[in-house]
Design a protein around this ligand. Structure first.
Ligand SMILES: *Cc1c(COP(=O)(O)O)cnc(C)c1O
Length: 392
């Protein structure tokens, strides 16, 4: 749960207040930490510790929690992916580890990825593959991959198959993880799963993935951090990358302590299991509908509560009514909310279809009313400014 307690260090820098209705986004600082996580980080920061032993102990606990053979803590999911891909190139061989990203003359350097998984999560995942010295081999089309195409793309040059599970990725038409694992394992090729923002910490290991990569600062509410779980030899090879290309991506004692505390809290009180989250979404829906109706804008929008298609996360969905340019109207609404004070950030993956989403996981109770009224005001302002039905 977010916490607004204590002085705001960002205000001191002259940065305005941000109300986050976008979700746990890296570009908005990931998660607001629980008091327990913040305290664990502060306490860790005041002490010294043997970092190798801290990493080992953290890994042991995370492996137990996720049902994996082994684990490794990283500075974020992106660096976890770098480590996992590099691990598939080098194995636990320090000589090879220290040669990356120069893979000239190496035979097994290809990473196969379905075209619909070639996402940009802030950087292109294809660039992340190249960073290690591997070569990305895209398979299939952006909207469809047949298992046969995948089978054909895997050769004796394939070091790994990278499978992305995310709202960023194409959802339909791609080969399913179970098929990907079966096909890759026919050729003894490991499968890396990018599950950065996923909430289920066991499912992909259970499905047979060789390495699964998570963000700490997304679903589990940790500080910026990441972890990779999976096969013991690959996790050992991930760890070795700290003496090579992953060294500039090291994770500190504060983040490890915060991650462990957050994982513990996540295991005992998974946020989404809570009815409270759905209740909060319905409360925001109600407040927003009321404010919009009072402003006389009730006819231009529809407001309901929907679940994320891949995860049980409730979100308030505001849809501009049919007609005109819904995408332009929604973009204008998003811009007005962002430029206001406080700045309200929304979830804009479907803005071009005239849809603005509000994630309530990152909102505090007293912010619901502010968001509802700012939405009504922004709709009203738009109408007054142009003197016409801009939104419909
Ligand atoms: C957020 C995200 C990443 C990167 O995670 P960081 O922890 O910010 O490095 C990678 N892949 C996907 C699918 C993501 O959503």
């Amino acid at each position: 749960m977010p916490s607004s307690q204590g002085p705001d260090p960002f205000a001191k820098l002259g940065l305005g207040t941000v109300i986050n209705a976008a979700g746990k986004m890296t570009y908005l600082g990931g998660s607001a930490l629980s008091p327990g996580v913040a305290e664990a980080m502060a306490a860790a920061g005041r002490r010294y510790v043997d970092m190798t032993r801290l990493q080992q102990e953290a890994a042991r606990r995370i492996a137990a929690m996720t049902g994996a053979e082994a684990a490794v803590v990283t500075s974020c999911a992106a660096s976890g992916l770098v480590a996992a891909i590099a691990a598939c190139l080098t194995g636990p061989n320090l000589d090879l580890v220290r040669r990356l990203p120069d893979t000239q003359g190496w035979h097994r350097v290809e990473v196969v990825i379905q075209k619909g998984h070639a996402v940009d999560f802030g950087m292109p995942i294809l660039q992340l593959i190249r960073m290690t010295g591997a070569r990305a081999v895209e398979v299939g089309s952006i909207n469809r991959t047949h298992p046969e195409e995948l089978r054909g793309a895997i050769t004796d040059r394939t070091a790994a198959v990278l499978h992305v599970i995310s709202h960023h990725a194409q959802q339909d038409g791609m080969a399913a993880l179970a098929d990907v694992i079966a096909i890759a394992h026919e050729r003894q090729v490991p499968v890396i799963v990018d599950a950065a923002a996923e909430m289920d910490l066991r499912a992909y290991v259970e499905a047979g993935a060789d390495a699964v990569v998570y963000s700490g600062q997304k679903a589990v509410g940790a500080p910026t951090s990441g972890f990779v779980v999976g096969r013991r030899d690959l996790m050992e090879a991930c760890r070795l990358q700290q003496m090579g290309i992953a060294r500039p991506m090291k994770v500190g004692k504060e983040a490890i302590a915060g991650l462990l505390q957050a994982l513990e809290e996540y295991a005992t009180q998974p946020e989404v299991a809570s009815q409270a989250l759905w209740q909060r979404a319905h409360r925001l829906q109600h407040l927003m509908a009321e404010a919009v109706a009072t402003a006389g804008m009730g006819a231009v929008v529809q407001i309901d509560v929907v679940s994320d298609p891949t995860r049980p996360i409730p979100r308030v969905r505001l849809r501009l009514a049919a007609g005109g340019s819904r995408g332009a109207g929604a973009r204008e609404l998003v811009r007005r909310l962002e430029q206001g004070e406080p700045s309200i950030r929304t979830r804009n993956h479907h803005v071009d279809s005239g849809i603005v989403l509000f994630d309530v996981r990152t909102l505090e109770e007293d912010q619901l009313d502010v968001v509802a009224h700012r939405v009504a005001e922004a709709l009203e302002e738009g109408e007054e400014k142009t003197g016409e039905r801009q939104w419909a």
